[in-house]
Design a binder for this molecule. Sequence first.
Ligand SMILES: [Zn+2]
Length: 247
Amino acid sequence: MGARALNDDLRRLLDLQEVDEFIAEARVKQKKLPQVVAAELTAFQEATAQLQAAEVLLAKHEAFKREREGELADQEAHIERLKGRLKEITNTREYQAHIQEMDTAQRAISKLEEEVLQALADIDTVKEEIAGHRTVFDERRAVYNAERAKVDVELATLDAQVSAFQGKKVERAALVPPLLLRRYERITQSVRRAVVAVEGYNCAGCNMNVPPQLVSEVKRGNGIHQCPHCQRLLYVPAPPVEETAAG
Ligand SMILES: [Zn+2]
C-alpha cells in the first residue's frame, strides 16, 4: 500500500458534498412528511363529504315540506271559501258540483297532510344521521389536525435546518476552486454523490473496476481524477485510525 494523501481540493469538495447530502435528505423528508397524514386526511375528507351530503338531503326535505305546507294552506283557504259560498247555492245541480269540488279539495288536503308528515319523519331521520356524521367528522378532524400539527412542526424544523445548511453550503463552496466546483455541480445534476470512494479497485459510485494505475494516482492525491465509467470524482478514504495502546 502506498502513502495516502487526500487532495486538499477534494477534501473541501467532500465537506461541501456532506452539506449537500444533508440538504437532499432534509428535502426528501419534507416531501415524504405530508404522506404521513395522507390516511388521516382522506378519512377527514370522507367524513366531511358524508356530513355535507346529509346536510344537502336535509335541506331538500325541508324545502319539500315548506312547499307542501304552502300548498296545504292554499287548499285550506280554498275549502273555507267553498264552505262560505255553500249557503248561497239554491240550484241542486250547482250544489252537487260544489260539494264535489269541496270533496276534491279535502282529498288534496289529506294527501298534502300525509306528505308533510312524511317530510317531518324524513327530516327527523336525516337529523339523526347528521348527528352521527357530525360525531365522526369531529373525531376525524381532531385526529387529522393533531397529526397535521405534528407534521407542521417537523416541516418547520426541516426548513430551519435546510436554511442553516444552505448557509454552510455557500461557505464551503467558496473554498472550492471555481472550475472544480462547476465540474462537481455538473456531475451532481445526474447523480446524487459526485465524489465517491475507491473501494479496493472499484468505484463506489458505479461499482465498476478502476484501473490499478488510476487507483495509485488517486492514492497519491495529486490532481483530481474521475471514474472512467461514470465520471464521478474519486478519492481513497484514509484508513481507519487504529486504537493504539496509548494512555
Ligand atoms: Zn464510477
